[in-house]
Design a binder for this molecule. Structure first.
Ligand SMILES: *Cc1c(COP(=O)(O)O)cnc(C)c1O
Length: 482
């Protein structure tokens, strides 16, 4: 384990890798950041990366690759059909998940498209611990509906529950009986629930859910995109698995599932995705959709270089030294923020640090997007770009009113192995300043609101001149040039 005791320092996360390639970053002065965020419609998705100092938007496709991955990319076997690289990836995926059949896809949501098109019909209900944005949309586009059956602790912002991602077994069984087994095409477990703060699922919960699925003969699907963080937490938080190796824990989880899919933009620290199953009939049904939506069966929309990188990345995902960096940095980040009394989601999860915007900027009206306002303010004062994970990421109710999200969060993703501890300390320090000046942060309103997944490309404006006031106060405290 890389978190070790120090002699004089308090214990710190210790990197088990060294940096051999770097990318120069820009830190624009605050006046230029103000211009950039306005041009981006106050939506951090629309910022240009050259205007960003620390890109904490997402961990999707932004994790640092290893020397072994880069080396493998150089020897990829380029072919449309029958590439050796594909067979290598297929072999690694089958081994990693212990399943017989593998289908490639260009990213996680592409797997969701194939799975939803194959399994979901009109009127179906898919129970899950928590939805992911693209998962929900694919199910809805096929006429289905998502029902979340998370444990009550899941959406408690501050908690000491080690596995807030768990499914509530009673709620699950009740739902299955209410809607009828024939309307439940599968149960989905998202390992490391993205939208509630990268919170993990216990192995025991996966086994229990699998028991219920078997009882009703419903397939269990696992979204393994955030599986590496989840495996780390199983090892350090779940007493029954502390003595088990990462491959042993992974096997216990995979064996309980019928269908597993993943985004290799996260799991595998590269780009791509895939689906694994044991059921030949299901495999054959999905197989015909791959050439239609993704590409031929031996590349599925991935370049052979990407496939090489994923194959090596999956092997590395079995190494505790390679997967502990992310969660341990997030824990350190959380420890610093907690020492400033800044409201965060606890316990810290995987993929990023999550701020509780509902408390941070509770003075902003919920209809004026607390999380989106906070994430724009964070960019202004630090140059770091986070992601809104709250009401703006929801869709409006059928009557046009806002659907207020159960959690109003800002995510500061820590792409794996990318940032240093001093960069984490810098952003923590800017957050401390922002928290002390939080009364200056105001709300946002839409100027362009797309009807589907508005958070990606919607444009907003401040409801007052609060951004100018925030900038003025910042300059007073830090000087003109920061
Ligand atoms: C990112 C993510 C996806 C989608 O993966 P992409 O490769 O970005 O399309 C699906 N599920 C979860 C849990 C994710 O975190």
């Amino acid at each position: 384990m890389s978190r070790i005791k120090f002699y004089k320092e308090q214990s710190l996360p210790l990197e088990m890798h060294k940096v051999r390639i770097i990318q120069k970053l820009n830190l624009l002065p605050i006046d230029e950041r103000l211009k950039a965020i306005k041009e981006a419609g106050c939506n951090t998705f629309l910022l240009r990366n050259k205007d960003v100092y620390l890109d904490m938007l997402t961990d999707s496709g932004t994790n640092a690759m290893s020397d072994m991955q880069l080396g493998a990319m150089m020897v990829a076997d380029d072919a449309y059909a029958g590439s050796e690289t594909f067979y290598k990836l297929e072999r690694v995926c089958k081994k990693f998940f212990g399943k017989k059949y593998f289908l490639p896809a260009h990213q996680g949501r592409a797997c969701e498209n194939i799975l939803a098109k194959t399994l979901v019909k009109s009127g179906d209900v898919v129970p899950m611990n928590y939805h992911f944005t693209t998962t929900k949309t694919h199910i809805q586009l096929c006429g289905g509906r998502v029902e979340e059956v998370f444990i009550d602790e899941a959406i408690k912002i501050t908690s000491d529950c080690p596995f807030k991602g768990n499914i509530d077994l009673q709620k699950l069984e009740k739902l299955i009986l209410e809607v009828g087994v024939e309307h439940v095409p599968f149960v989905r477990i998202e390992m490391g629930t993205n939208l509630i703060g990268g919170q993990p699922v216990s192995v025991q919960n996966v086994l229990d859910v699998s028991g219920i699925c078997k009882k009703y003969n419903i397939p269990l699907m696992i979204d393994a995109s955030l599986m590496t963080d989840n495996l780390y937490f199983n090892k350090v938080r779940e007493p029954a698995f502390m003595d088990k190796s990462i491959p042993e824990i992974a096997k216990s989880i995979s064996d309980a599932a019928d269908i597993i899919y993943f985004s290799a933009r996260k799991l595998g620290s590269a780009k791509g995705g895939g689906i694994v199953v044991n059921d030949k009939a299901l495999f054959d049904k999905m197989k015909v959709l791959i050439p239609v939506y993704e590409g031929f069966l031996t590349y599925g929309g991935m370049s052979t270089r990407e496939m090489e990188a994923v194959a090596v990345g999956l092997e590395e995902a079995m190494d505790i030294d390679m997967i502990s960096h992310g969660p341990e940095f997030i824990e350190e980040f959380a420890r610093i923020l907690a020492s400033y009394n800044i409201p965060i989601v606890t316990p810290p999860g995987g993929l990023g640090l999550h701020l509780n915007a509902r408390e941070f900027v509770g003075h902003i009206k919920e209809e004026e997007y607390q999380s989106a306002s906070l994430v724009a303010a964070i960019y202004l004062v630090s140059g770091a770009r986070g992601m809104e994970r709250g009401t703006l990421s929801e869709e409006r109710n059928p009557d046009g009113s806002e659907h207020i999200a159960s959690c109003e969060l800002v995510r500061l993703a820590l792409p794996r192995r990318v940032f240093t501890l001093s960069q984490v300390r810098y952003i923590a320090d800017r957050l401390a300043w922002l928290y002390d000046n939080r009364h200056l942060i105001g709300g946002l309103r839409f100027v362009e609101e797309p009807s589907v997944m508005r958070f990606f490309i919607g444009r907003l404006e401040p409801t007052s001149d609060w951004q100018e006031k925030l900038v003025a106060k910042f300059k007073e405290d830090f000087g003109e040039s920061l």
